[in-house]
Design a binder for this molecule. Structure first.
Ligand SMILES: NC(=O)c1ccc[n+]([C@@H]2O[C@H](COP(=O)([O-])OP(=O)(O)OC[C@H]3O[C@@H](n4cnc5c(N)ncnc54)[C@H](OP(=O)(O)O)[C@@H]3O)[C@@H](O)[C@H]2O)c1
Length: 304
């Protein structure tokens, strides 16, 4: 924690007083230097926040900062995009500067803490399920690593959308809580499933990769957005991927339009992010330690 001199606000950018910031595994990767070169230090961490603008507008911040010259319609395809805290100072602060276009209205039905959970983990889960997976209501989806921030979002959103949700977890208690959230059945990590599934949502990576490929029906879809346990699985499973034949789809974050749709879905359905704990920003160290130890179910929120 410390004081820094306020940087200048570029044209088209606005100051937002941060009300709540949510922790992501991305912040742990940043601490380890992944995607954050030393020449960019010191850097304020944190991608996800809700807050209030100087005009008194309650907002959620879309964390994907696009290159101003990017002309495409899907900002996740911009090769020069960055997330807050990669190139521009992040949200674990009293104030953050963001492009005006990155603000969406915070619905009054959502608390600042709930809204802060949405821009990375929940948006990523929304896009994986509703843009990338091809799942239809009634289909079965397997979510690997039930306790994670993205995973809990996947469980709640998928259940709400009428998918049959199966989960794996290394922990019996996290598996049980996933069932409370709407999962139809839980299994220990790596366990044989009663039948094959239509799609797998993968965030764990190397540790679950072969299980994910084996769990899919012929023609099934694997959507991957992360690799917490490493990106070099013991077997790439190339033969199974082409012979079954499977679709493997990478997914990253989501668009501002998808973030708006996600907030509407929460308002309409009444579902809410799972918040593991809310801490003052001065206790950020405790939150990071819990996430690194894997001792978390849902999201950790900081209040400046
Ligand atoms: N591409 C994107 O836009 C995007 C967006 C968000 C997140 N991500 C990535 O997605 C991953 C998950 O993010 P997150 O914020 O949800 O992280 P998280 O909250 O730390 O969750 C990770 C979960 O993975 C499971 N896990 C971890 N290590 C494992 C292992 N060795 N074996 C089996 N399961 C393991 C754990 O579930 P159990 O303990 O229940 O088994 C854990 O709760 C991260 O790598 C993150 O960088 C990418």
């Amino acid at each position: 924690m410390g004081e820094i001199e306020a940087p200048a606000t570029p044209q088209g950018w606005v100051d937002v007083t941060v009300k709540a910031a949510a922790l992501n595994h991305h912040d742990v990767w940043s601490l380890r230097g992944v995607g954050l070169a030393s020449d960019r230090l010191p850097m304020i961490l944190g991608c996800d926040a809700s807050g209030v603008t100087s005009e008194g507008r309650d907002v959620v911040i879309h964390a994907v900062i696009n290159d101003p010259d990017f002309g495409g319609s899907d900002g996740t395809h911009d090769p020069k995009r960055s997330l807050l805290s990669e190139r521009y100072p992040g949200v674990m602060a009293t104030c953050v500067r963001v492009p005006q276009v990155n603000l969406i209205d915070k619905p009054p039905e959502l608390s600042f803490g709930e809204a802060a959970c949405l821009p990375t983990a929940w948006l990523t889960a929304y896009r994986m399920l509703f843009t990338q997976s091809g799942l239809q209501p009634g289909n079965t989806v397997l979510v690997q690593g039930a306790g994670g921030g993205v995973a809990t979002a996947l469980i709640v959103l998928a259940h709400q959308a009428g998918f049959r949700v199966w989960v794996t977890s290394r922990s019996d208690s996290r598996a049980a809580r996933a069932v409370d959230l709407g999962a139809a059945q839980s299994f220990p990590s790596g366990a044989r499933l009663p039948e094959r599934v239509d799609a797998v949502m993968e965030t764990v990576g190397a540790a679950t990769w072969s299980h994910s490929i084996n769990a899919l029906k012929p023609g099934g879809t694997l959507v991957i957005c992360g690799a917490t346990s490493g990106d070099n699985p013991a077997k790439a499973e190339l033969t199974k991927i082409f012979f079954k034949p499977l679709r493997v789809i990478g997914s990253t974050m989501g668009t501002r339009a998808e973030l708006t749709s996600l907030t509407r879905m929460l308002v309409t359905t009444g579902i809410r992010p799972v918040i593991n704990r809310t801490l003052p920003l001065t206790a950020a160290r405790e939150g990071f330690a819990a996430l690194i130890n894997g001792d978390v179910f849902g999201k950790i929120v900081f209040e400046p």
